[in-house]
Design a protein around this ligand. Sequence first.
Ligand SMILES: Nc1nc2c(ncn2[C@@H]2O[C@H](COP(=O)(O)OP(=O)(O)OP(=O)(O)O)[C@@H](O)[C@H]2O)c(=O)[nH]1
Ligand SMILES: [Mg+2]
Length: 199
Amino acid sequence: MIKHKIVLLGDASVGKTSIILRYSKNIFVPFQESTIGAAFSQLNTPLSKGGTFRLDVWDTAGQERYASLAPMYYRDAQGAIIVYDVTSRDSFERAREWVRDVKANALPDLQIWLCANKTDLTTQRRITTDTGSLFAEETSCKYAETSAKSNVGINELFTSIADAISERCTPPPAPSTTGAAPPTINPDTRAPPRATCQC
Ligand SMILES: Nc1nc2c(ncn2[C@@H]2O[C@H](COP(=O)(O)OP(=O)(O)OP(=O)(O)O)[C@@H](O)[C@H]2O)c(=O)[nH]1
Ligand SMILES: [Mg+2]
């Protein structure tokens, strides 16, 4: 079975659960309750080249008392969405810490999306696009801006994740040998599957 594990990380109340709910059910809950521990969902995500890709998504709890659980969720993940709230400098500082912690402890080819959420709150915004995207560039993360409330950037975020992870999991095409019989693969000499992907 193909499994691709994604984890959402970030300070409490930045909108992790709201992002998942907007994507999976197209709803927004104005007074969303804090997540306890973590919540799991499976999302069939469209790929930009067509078809769908299944993501196993862990939505972690941002409250400080759950912080010690997070490594359990990101250690063997293929992707991490590190979310901050653009109206909260503290949440951005926390996101920077998450990037550092995840890079130090996760699989080496884990891909990180830095996600600036609540962009609908334009007048209260404290962290600009330039600040967020520059930090993402410096740390080799992808950058996304979203509003779970206004449904902006959410579909694009998940499609970008599915595209990136599916590309890593798809073996490169065999060299073309026009007219020749397709090459046979000796099962004993096939490359072992990637350690990080169960494709
Ligand atoms: N204006 C606005 N509010 C949002 C947005 N996303 C989430 N919220 C609100 O922010 C609050 C926290 O959202 P949650 O999705 O529970 O945040 P969380 O990151 O899952 O929080 P924890 O589970 O405690 O870690 C809720 O009241 C949401 O309605 C957004 O894009 N815009
Ligand atoms: Mg939550």
